[in-house]
Write a protein that binds this ligand. Structure first.
Ligand code: GLA
Length: 412
């Protein structure tokens, strides 16, 4: 396993070499709220009046984002995923929203959201249909790029269903160019690795950093802890290949946060928040903000977790050690740098299910922690317990499928 020191050096060298999409956006991982995980493709507003994908839902969530402090904490984008469209283009071949669910049109919705201080994102697909079967952009790239700019969209998630594998990547590149040509700054979220990697094709990540602000690498997240750990397994197995491509303007995306929904316990939610922050993942909530319980809201709003995720260095943390069989230790170098040493965010995540909170110990040397003067320590989800250094090791107790999330700043 790489020592943390070589991990930092490799990351910095590569990050300075690659060029990023020249739109000046997403200099830190995008934060926001997205419909898909919680509200999927609910289009039946009679059966599900409060949950169907509609301008009413988006406006309600936008208000909650402002009133409940999410915007202030950094969650800036509100993104309508699939199923906003009508089944047919209009008479001039332009995309149009479902007229019943979006009676005011997308521009008016975008402007409403923007009037609250948020930014507006939308979903499309580079193939001839979206994954849920609505019109894709294939064959209509020019007009669609212009339509999104005319609607004053700030963020596009471009999916990859119903595509010709031969033209998949070229289509993404072309659409990105067309978006740039509109002159409107639009965050560009690509999905082509999620359509290559599962087939065993290793995506071209240096091309991704040039063409996209973020990209989904792998499977869809679903409301289960099993699904979270599967995603983490893929990211840790592939980290030495992909982590170096995350950085200001271009991010690997392990998919949405499940926090506050039905499946994850409070500790599992903390674990997802911790590791997503360490991975410099986009923080995209997908939860009903009207009914989220306060303990889950606190996890999403945790200022230390968010600051680690949004750290200006933009280094994607990695799995650096496995303690006591299946308690994984993830680490991310962050600011400030004190006497040449990075501060460090450390996330323990237990893959154990055997009852009691286990002691896990990791040698400080393994984490590159060598400061003779010691560290200022923050225990992010358990502020009372900061006494975690013992005999040259970091020693903590980690609950089954829980986390301990620490920040260490070298003492001057
Ligand atoms: C794919 C994406 C999901 C979501 C759906 C919408 O599965 O990976 O994130 O956008 O399509 O149909």
């Amino acid at each position: 396993m790489l020592t943390l020191f070589s991990f930092v050096i490799t990351t910095i060298v590569v990050v300075t070499k690659v060029e990023s999409l020249d739109n000046g956006l997403a200099l830190t991982p995008p934060m926001g709220w997205m419909t898909w995980q919680r509200f999927r493709c609910i289009t039946d507003c009679e059966q599900y009046p409060l949950e169907c994908i509609s301008e009413k839902l988006i406006k309600t969530m936008a208000k909650r984002m402002v009133v409940d402090g999410y915007l202030k904490a950094g969650y800036e984008y509100i993104i309508v995923d699939d199923c906003w469209m009508s089944n047919k283009r209009d008479s001039e071949n332009r995309l149009q929203p479902d007229p019943i669910r979006f009676p005011s049109g997308i521009k008016s919705l975008a402007n409403y959201v923007q009037s609250l201080g948020l930014k507006f994102g939308i979903y499309e697909d580079s193939g001839y249909k979206t994954c849920a079967g609505y019109p894709g952009i294939y064959g209509h790239l020019e007009i669609d790029a212009q339509t999104f700019a005319d609607w004053e969209v700030d963020y596009i998630k471009l999916d990859g269903c119903y595509n010709d594998p031969e033209t998949l990547v070229d289509g993404y590149i072309r659409f990105g160019e067309l978006l740039n040509q509109t002159g409107r700054p639009i965050v560009y979220s690509c999905s082509w690795p999620a359509y290559e990697e599962p087939l065993g094709i290793k995506s071209n990540y240096s091309l991704l950093t040039e063409k996209c602000n973020l990209w989904r690498n792998w499977d869809d997240i679903e409301d289960s802890w099993y699904n979270v750990t599967n995603i983490l397994d893929w990211f840790s197995e592939n980290q030495d290949r992909i982590a170096k491509y995350s950085g200001p303007g271009h991010w690997n995306d392990p998919d949405m946060l499940l926090v506050g929904n039905f499946a994850l316990s409070e500790d599992q939610s903390k674990a997802q928040m911790a590791i997503w922050s360490i991975m410099a993942a986009p923080l995209l909530m997908s939860v009903d903000l009207r009914t989220i319980k306060p303990e889950f809201r606190q996890i999403l709003l945790n200022p230390d977790a968010i600051a680690i995720n949004q750290d200006k260095l933009g280094i994607m943390g990695k799995l650096v050690y496995t303690a006591l069989k299946r308690i994984d230790v993830w680490a991310k170098p962050i600011m400030p740098i004190v006497n040449g040493e990075f501060s460090l965010a450390i996330g323990f995540i237990s893959n154990r299910i055997d009852g009691y909170p286990r002691i896990a110990s990791v040698p400080m040397k393994t984490l590159g922690l060598n400061n003779p003067k010691g560290y200022h320590i923050t225990n992010i989800f358990d502020p009372e317990y900061v006494d975690v250094i013992s005999g040259g090791n970091i020693v903590v107790r980690v609950k089954p499928s829980g986390t301990v999330f620490l920040k260490l700043i070298p003492k001057d």
